[in-house]
Design a protein around this ligand. Structure first.
Ligand code: TMP
Ligand code: ASP
Length: 239
């Protein structure tokens, strides 16, 4: 499979066409941004760590019957992925209260609710990917209620599998963000990375974050945290 022209440059990834209309190359970058580009830096080795982590996690989901766009890892920093038609919403799954939910509702970070929380955001950077609800999403014409039911069911299944995986490596999966797409035949696919950029991961023993909050909150040892996650997953999945 040949990597061809650049189709899209995002904040942390580059997307390339290939010689197959059904495949793209996703190439990770060392760049880190937070708060919509207000804070920027390069984190040495992040591209390689995120490629490795996301390849292991999406591979694990594929093996457990979740359809993801991940096909294979191509090199240190790139994956071959399936082309899907992107659905312009983000689903945030929360097992522990943290981040924007803690702030918005004045709840202390670290509180564990009895239910799993699903947030829906509209993907529109100019608006700062605003939090919306199901009715907004349907009114905007981006999804139907039936599609939302399928998306939430897939998100719940992904959450269970990830909670189980991370528990095995001494990590609490606090929350994460995912995006979906559809293949030509209408099947729903997880079409996103799953990395410490897009998940909150707390070390069970120390409670220390092993994710991008270390960058967002100037906590230091960002690269070391990503490397720790990669190492633990590597050992657990025998990769
Ligand atoms: P939040 O608490 O800031 O809403 O973030 C919830 C989760 O979503 C957290 O794991 C980080 C992830 N996330 C992204 O992947 N991209 C984003 O743009 C934002 C705001 C959050
Ligand atoms: N959407 C945020 C940014 O641009 C990323 C984040 O905080 O995870 O920079």
């Amino acid at each position: 499979m040949k990597q061809l022209e650049l189709l899209h440059e995002g904040k942390s990834k580059l997307i390339y066409a290939t010689d197959s209309a059904e495949r793209i190359v996703v190439r990770f970058k060392d760049d880190a941004t937070a708060f919509y580009n207000i804070k920027r830096a390069k984190i040495q080795n992040k591209a390689r760590m995120n490629c490795e982590i996301s390849s292991m996690v999406l591979g694990y989901l594929n093996e457990n019957g979740v359809k993801t766009h991940f096909v294979e890892r191509l090199d240190d920093e790139a994956q071959l992925c399936k082309v899907v038609k992107h659905i312009p919403v983000e689903v945030i799954v929360r097992n522990v209260i943290a981040g924007s939910m803690a702030k918005r509702l004045g709840i202390e970070e670290g509180i564990v609710p009895e239910n799993t929380i699903f947030d829906l955001c509209l993907m529109d950077e100019r608006l700062g990917d605003p939090l919306i609800n199901d009715h907004h999403a349907v009114a905007l014409g981006v999804v139907t209620y039936e599609e939302l039911a399928e998306i939430y069911a897939a998100s719940a299944r992904i959450n269970s599998l990830l909670v189980e995986l991370y528990a095995k490596v001494g990590v609490k999966l606090v929350d994460f963000k995912i995006e979906f797409g559809r293949s030509d035949d209408g099947a729903l696919f997880l079409a996103d990375e799953l990395t410490p950029d897009t998940c909150r991961l707390w070390d069970v023993e120390s409670g220390e974050p092993l994710d991008k909050d270390r960058f967002r909150r100037d906590m230091g040892r960002v690269r070391e945290a990503y490397e720790e996650v990669a190492k633990r997953l590597h050992n657990a999945l025998n990769k």
